[in-house]
Write a protein that binds this ligand. Structure first.
Ligand code: G1P
Length: 296
């Protein structure tokens, strides 16, 4: 039913990172570290661990650092010959996936970024992973999404139930009448990008994981700029949904870290530092003490 397996993932990483200026003058937002691992690496690792061996980075002109980060660095490897622990960390990055890159000349929106992946998808299905959304590696999201696609085909989206006051920041799903969101996958009948909260058709927000069929590219070509004057992926998905392509959502109930702005990023760093295998225990006891002494 679901057709060929999803082996290709696209990661949009062409934004200017304005919320993180000035550091993003020099470092793309996606390479900012969560302790010592870039958010981008965590997302590539998530894709690779679900069988997506080819990853396309959609980057801005000149931002070669993104793909360079994953390239083999023989000089560094030689210098670390007697440090197997560090060498292991470096090799892990270099062997995660086959990294491809393409340029999005201007930031015209998420839909426009995904449209850059048509040649890469080569007529097959495509996963899209937004690097602002980190999924805790103890809580699988792509796995249940891939199962839902294998069973039902079509489009599979990731949903998160959020307070109505926050729903306007997201793409929002209208669930099929009487659909039960506690099941494995819930049928979606319509979508809207960044609605006014009182008009939102539900409180199920799209988060940054998508499994898309090849028809998405034709739909993107027919999609005019929408919310914020940008070509919205949500609007192109909507075209397919309304045209009868089965569209389902997997409701995520695990831990998600948003790294989209400075405050969210700091929260993500602290939460992931607390459980870091090398420094987590020490950081946690320091943090406890710091809060008790300074902030209590
Ligand atoms: C994008 C999508 C939106 C989705 C969100 C998830 O919005 O356009 O539909 O809900 O990612 O993080 P952005 O956060 O880029 O404004």
């Amino acid at each position: 039913m679901g057709g060929p397996p999803v082996t290709r993932a696209l990661i949009p990483a062409a934004g200017r990172g304005t919320r993180f200026l000035p550091v993003t003058k020099a470092v793309p937002k996606e390479l900012l570290p969560i302790v010592s691992t870039p958010a981008l690496q965590l997302v590539v690792a998530e894709a690779a661990s679900h069988g997506m061996a080819d990853v396309l980075l959609v980057r801005a002109e000149g931002r070669t650092q993104l793909a360079d980060y994953f390239a083999v660095d023989e000089e560094l490897e030689a210098a670390l010959a007697d440090r197997p622990d560090l060498l292991g960390r470096v090799r892990e990055v270099e062997t995660l996936a086959r990294i491809h890159q393409t340029v999005q000349a201007e930031p015209r929106g998420l839909g426009d970024a995904v449209a850059r992946g048509e040649g890469f998808a080569a007529g097959g299905p495509l996963a899209v992973l937004l690097p602002d959304d980190l999924i805790d590696d103890r809580d699988d999201l792509l796995g249940p999404m891939l199962s839902a696609r294998a069973e039902r085909g079509g489009i599979v989206l990731a949903l998160l139930e959020v307070p109505r006051s926050e729903i306007g920041k997201y793409g929002v799903a209208r669930l099929a009448p009487g659909a039960d969101p506690s099941g494995d996958a819930v049928a979606i009948v319509d979508l809207v990008e960044k609605p006014a909260p009182e008009q939102a058709p539900s409180t199920f927000a799209l988060i940054g994981r998508y499994l898309l069929p090849p028809e998405i590219f034709a739909a993107l070509r027919e999609t005019d700029p929408g919310a914020g004057g940008e070509v919205q992926l949500t609007d192109a998905i909507r075209r397919l949904t309304l045209a009868g392509v089965p569209t389902h959502g997997v409701v995520f109930r695990g831990r998600r870290y948003d790294t989209g702005d400075r405050l969210d990023y700091l929260r993500a760093v602290v939460q992931l530092a607390v459980r870091h295998p090398d420094i987590g225990a020490e950081f946690t006891s320091w943090l406890r003490e710091y809060v008790r002494r300074t902030l209590a």
